[in-house]
Design a protein around this ligand. Structure first.
Ligand code: NAP
Length: 278
């Protein structure tokens, strides 16, 4: 039996960040400091924590972090205006709108307002479409992180059956597209899937993006499956039941320390990519 792998996201993230250091230094020599603007609307504590983590990660690497905090009463028009200003600011290379935004705001309209060349989180429909067609500049960061982890550990998707559980615009759909572009046979499951366990049983690669703690059980897995858990739920647990899935898998991402840190490093990478393209 092959050795079981714990896919160490911190290690992958460090590798990504090490690769960025000389690129950031080269940009600085040309007088360019990569810069990410983050927009947080309202005072949701977990969103505030995520934005803070992303801003701190930027600063640790020498990327400028411009943190914009808007009150929860902000209207769609006001948010669009802020985004437009950032689009027009040549010193800003990437824009991240932390979601979810308060429910009175038209979130889709806000995402669409982000200039494609600054859409480092892959939230615009243009960005998504180009990613699906295989030439997108910046896929959403979590799907990009999942592919990066696979690449780091030389896990090929070619010819494999990948089952993605979840079809959100920032996760399930784009990761399905990325895996398809890597020549996997992809099944995307969602809340109306009637035979989920049967689907998971057939999977060589499982991507969990459900948003339900410990939802996927080890007994549903085929022996030797690769498990990539994008879930991040209160109590620091993922969308798979780790202990039972660990037993059945050949490789698995832990939570925390799996997909999460790589997601942040992909955001940093996309910001540096964007700064280099100016
Ligand atoms: P989401 O928008 O809530 O989407 C959840 C998806 O799961 C939906 O497509 C939903 O189906 C599907 N689903 C719900 N119940 C199901 C069930 N019983 N059976 C099968 N599918 C079901 O969530 P998301 O934003 O994609 O996030 C998913 C998870 O990833 C969350 O735990 C989130 O915290 C985590 N996440 C992590 C990172 C990171 O950096 N690690 C980044 C983003 C998100 P329908 O479409 O039919 O409703």
């Amino acid at each position: 039996m092959e050795e079981k792998l714990i896919l160490d996201g911190q290690k992958v993230a460090n590798d990504v960040k090490e690769g960025l250091k000389p690129r950031i230094a080269a940009l600085k020599e040309k007088g360019i400091i990569p810069s990410l603007a983050t927009i947080l609307v309202g005072d949701d504590p977990s969103s505030a924590t995520y934005v803070k983590m992303k801003g701190n990660a930027c600063e640790r690497l020498g990327i400028l972090s411009q943190r914009i905090q808007l009150p929860k009463e902000t209207t769609t028009e006001e948010l669009l205006h802020t985004i437009q200003e950032l689009n027009n600011d040549p010193k800003v290379h990437g824009i991240l709108l932390q979601h979810p935004v308060p429910s009175h705001i038209d979130e889709r309209a806000a995402f669409e307002a982000i200039a494609l060349e600054k859409d480092v989180d892959g939230v615009t429909s243009w960005g998504y479409g180009q990613t699906a067609l295989g030439f997108g500049l910046y896929p959403s960061c979590t799907p990009a992180a999942i592919i990066r982890i696979m690449d780091y550990y030389h896990i090929s998707a070619e010819g494999k059956h990948a089952v993605v559980i979840g079809r959100s615009p920032i996760l399930g759909k784009p990761v399905s597209a990325l895996l398809l572009n890597r020549n996997a046979t992809v099944t995307t499951c969602h809340s109306r899937t009637t035979n989920l366990e049967e689907m998971i049983k057939q999977a060589d690669i499982i991507v969990a993006a459900v948003g339900k703690p410990e939802f996927i059980k080890g007994e549903w897995l085929k022996d030797g499956a690769v498990v990539l858990d994008a879930g991040y739920n209160p109590g620091n647990v993922g969308d798979v039941e780790y202990a039972s899935c660990y037993e059945k898998s050949s490789a698995i991402t832990p939570v925390p320390g799996g997909v999460g840190p790589v997601t942040i490093s992909m955001l940093l990478k996309h910001t540096v990519d964007a700064a280099e393209r100016v």
